[in-house]
Design a binder for this molecule. Structure first.
Ligand SMILES: CCCCCC(=O)SCCNC(=O)CCNC(=O)[C@H](O)C(C)(C)COP(=O)(O)OP(=O)(O)OC[C@H]1O[C@@H](n2cnc3c(N)ncnc32)[C@H](O)[C@@H]1OP(=O)(O)O
Length: 379
């Protein structure tokens, strides 16, 4: 960190002082040679001979950061004065392709939109199939530039657009920003549910009243339903230095992998079969996690429909000395089970809000995905 302090002089006083960059300046393709270098496979392997999605999340996080460093590269400096951190995983959508641990994987990506200190990055993943790379996954992350010591904001290079296609990508980035603001201002932590949502929750409540008693307190589950509180799983991790990033904080990819694996186990436990990941959405990195923290993850099923299971994982940290917990992230995962899953019923008002939030995240999924036998992406 002492060395990084010296990089302060390379920081721009305004964005105007920075040269614009093209999308192709940050474009990169990276090969994960699982096919040609079998010694790499162990790290990526599941017991079902598929690829661990948690490892892919780690790779996407590192790649997103690398892409942003390329966008902001100062050719005269050996080291970048910026600390680039992951602020948000806006969306990851899976395509309907299987992931084999025995075939090469290719990642590509570039900066698709920039603000003053933030950048949107689009990444794609492909796997070799019959001598051709076929699409496997699309991801959109938002990264934020901070100063050399990660203490305050720092400006990023503007983006110059060179074709109508690039203008469209940028416009989509602008729209994504608007959607994020709208989604967050509608948050159930700030606003009451809509009339339609209130009616749905009240109907669910009525469905759980015991017809044999005239009481609001006597609740029974309808057939093929589970109380939301009974779907919970929790875990604890000690954040060892091994998981730190270059800024001496815990690597975002590690946090995602841990949350994803707990979320997967929750969906597996709930649905009674090995579920497949379909979408990841709106993972906000609200606070950095310090090395040495205790990481408490709490996961629960908050919405189901047909074969789909919507899981929310909440992460909190506390230091060993300090008993106060602080939320650092909330993760949303959509899984698909091989068979139809039970309905999940909220019992309290707070759980009803979790249910509605889960339903909103589920509905924001860009395209309905149908279960395919070859869709084998596991933790
Ligand atoms: C290989 C190395 C890997 C390293 C990668 C990691 O591991 S990173 C480790 C995991 N990630 C973290 O630890 C980050 C933890 N979170 C944070 O530190 C902070 O929440 C933050 C720096 C991201 C944002 O803090 P603040 O909201 O106070 O910052 P500030 O208000 O100045 O906003 C900075 C810019 O971010 C944008 N911004 C902030 N939150 C956002 C969000 N949820 N979605 C979209 N954009 C967001 C703002 O619009 C603004 O962009 P404009 O200025 O353009 O308008």
């Amino acid at each position: 960190m002492e060395e990084r302090k010296l990089l302060h002089s390379f920081l721009a006083a305004s964005q105007k002082g920075l040269p614009p960059r093209r999308m192709k300046d940050s474009y990169i393709e990276v090969l994960l040679p699982l096919g040609s270098q079998p010694e790499l496979r162990e790290k990526y392997l599941t017991v079902q001979n598929t690829v661990r999605f948690g490892r892919i999340l780690e790779d996407l996080d590192s790649l997103g950061v690398l892409i942003c460093y390329m966008h902001n590269k100062i050719h005269s400096a050996k080291m970048s004065p910026l600390s680039i951190v992951t602020a948000l995983v806006d969306r990851i959508d899976m395509c309907k392709k299987s992931l084999s641990p025995e075939q090469d994987i290719k990642f590509s990506g570039h900066v698709s939109w920039v603000g003053k200190t933030s950048m949107e990055v689009k990444m794609h993943m492909f796997q070799l199939h019959d001598n051709e790379f076929s699409p496997v996954l699309d991801a959109t992350f938002v990264m934020v530039a901070r100063d050399s010591e990660n203490k305050g904001p720092a400006f990023v290079n503007p983006l110059t657009l060179e074709s109508p296609e690039e203008e469209e990508i940028f416009r989509q980035g602008e729209l994504n920003k608007g959607t994020r603001v709208a989604f967050s201002s509608m948050s159930l932590l700030k606003m009451a549910p809509t009339a339609e949502e209130r009616t749905a929750i009240h109907e669910m409540f009525l469905n759980t009243l015991d017809p044999k008693t005239v009481s609001f307190r006597s609740r029974v589950l309808p057939p093929n339903a589970v109380w939301m509180e009974n779907s919970k799983l929790k875990s604890l991790d000690i954040c060892h230095p091994q998981e730190r990033n270059i800024f001496n904080r815990i690597f975002g990819g590690f946090l995602m992998r841990k949350a994803y694996e707990l979320g997967w186990a929750t969906a597996c436990n709930f649905g009674g079969s090995r579920p497949f990941i379909v979408a990841v959405d709106d993972i906000m990195f609200q606070k950095p996690v310090e090395v040495g923290s205790l990481l408490f993850l709490s996961s629960q099923v908050c919405f189901t429909q047909g074969n789909y299971i919507q899981v929310r994982v909440h992460s909190e940290v506390a230091s060993l000395q300090d008993k106060e917990h602080m939320t650092t992230n909330v993760f949303h995962f959509t899984f698909m089970s091989e068979k139809e899953v039970p309905l999940v019923f909220p019992r309290t008002y707070g759980e009803s809000m979790l249910y509605l939030d889960g339903q909103r995240h589920f509905s924001s999924m860009s395209a309905p995905v149908t279960l395919k036998k070859d869709h084998l992406i596991e933790p």
